[in-house]
Design a protein around this ligand. Structure first.
Ligand code: CA
Ligand code: CA
Length: 80
């Protein structure tokens, strides 16, 4: 039982770590969120409309959670 719990914890930590890593890589000014400009630097094909779809709380920035959700929804290509 403990082993299953440990595995589940390890998996969620790995998933959370992956999302945080993606945001960290894109967040070039280090303010903890990804702006449209920062998004464009990594994904030049992103339109303002795409960005607005990903920015679910409409604050003009993508949080790590919004990035993870966008990736999950297939809005961010997994490579390139
Ligand atoms: Ca930033
Ligand atoms: Ca946002």
């Amino acid at each position: 039982m403990n082993r299953v719990l440990t595995l589940a914890t390890t998996l969620s930590l790995a998933l959370a770590g992956g999302a945080a890593m993606a945001a960290e890589n894109m967040d070039t000014d280090g303010d903890g969120a990804v702006s449209f400009e920062e998004m464009l630097a990594v994904y030049p094909a992103t339109t303002e409309e795409d960005f607005g779809t990903m920015d679910t709380d409409a604050d003009g920035m993508l949080s790590a959670e919004e990035l993870a959700a966008a990736e999950e929804a297939g809005l961010i290509p997994s490579e390139g």
